[in-house]
Design a protein around this ligand. Structure first.
Ligand SMILES: [Zn+2]
Length: 205
């Protein structure tokens, strides 16, 4: 992904917070993983920390920002120390040293996957399509069959076109493309007259 900790709490971040936890307030906290903690494994990391140092688990949402593209909330757990400090004990892919988090008292960790929630930060067909394709991928994966090695098996003809579209859109957004600019495919037409309508038809975006 291309997301990082939002440097400030913008209007879009506040909208996202209201979407995932009505009335919730986002706060920054430090990232202090134990040496054996694993990326993406916040629940086992917090459980190991509690076994070592006491305290308890707080579930909620970690907030991410892809500048000029979208804001995103990811279901997440942090550690509440015995003296009441909130600490993220999960190492980050890009080594962020602080995170923005909103706790969600209604939710507990059940082992089930919780979808990320994404909001565009401007009105652009490309961004809407990127979010729509990500949601479609999550949906296909949720109907898949778990395999022995911890992956999920889904029909290739369902997932592959979506993954190709996701790659195309991700690349387009990374290069700063907007929907009224020439499409990334090089066909010469604007995205919104070229691959825009094509993807919209193919994936009902
Ligand atoms: Zn095109």
């Amino acid at each position: 992904m291309h997301t990082t900790t939002p440097p400030q709490i913008t209007r879009h971040i506040r909208q996202l917070v209201q979407r995932v936890v009505p009335g919730g307030v986002a706060t920054y906290m430090v990232v202090e993983p134990e040496p054996d903690a694993l990326e993406k494994e916040c629940f086992p990391n917090v459980e190991a920390k509690i076994a070592r140092d006491g305290g308890r688990m707080l579930c909620g949402w970690q907030l991410w920002e892809w500048p000029h593209v979208m804001v995103e909330a990811e279901f997440h757990a942090i550690w509440l120390s015995p003296d009441g400090q909130m600490v993220d004990v999960t190492p980050k892919l890009h080594h962020e040293t602080k995170v923005l988090f909103v706790s969600d008292p209604r939710r507990r960790y059940t082992g089930a996957t919780v979808d990320n929630v994404r909001l565009p930060v401007r009105d652009d067909q490309l961004i809407r399509h990127a979010i729509g394709v990500s949601e479609a991928i999550t949906h296909v994966l949720s109907r898949g069959v778990p395999t022995a090695d911890g992956h999920v098996s889904v029909p290739a003809n369902e997932i592959e076109p979506l993954q190709q579209a996701q790659q195309f859109l991700g690349h387009a957004l990374l290069t700063g493309l907007r929907d009224h600019q020439p499409c990334l495919c090089g066909g010469g037409r604007k995205y919104k007259r070229c691959h825009g309508p094509e993807l919209e038809r193919a994936f009902a975006l």
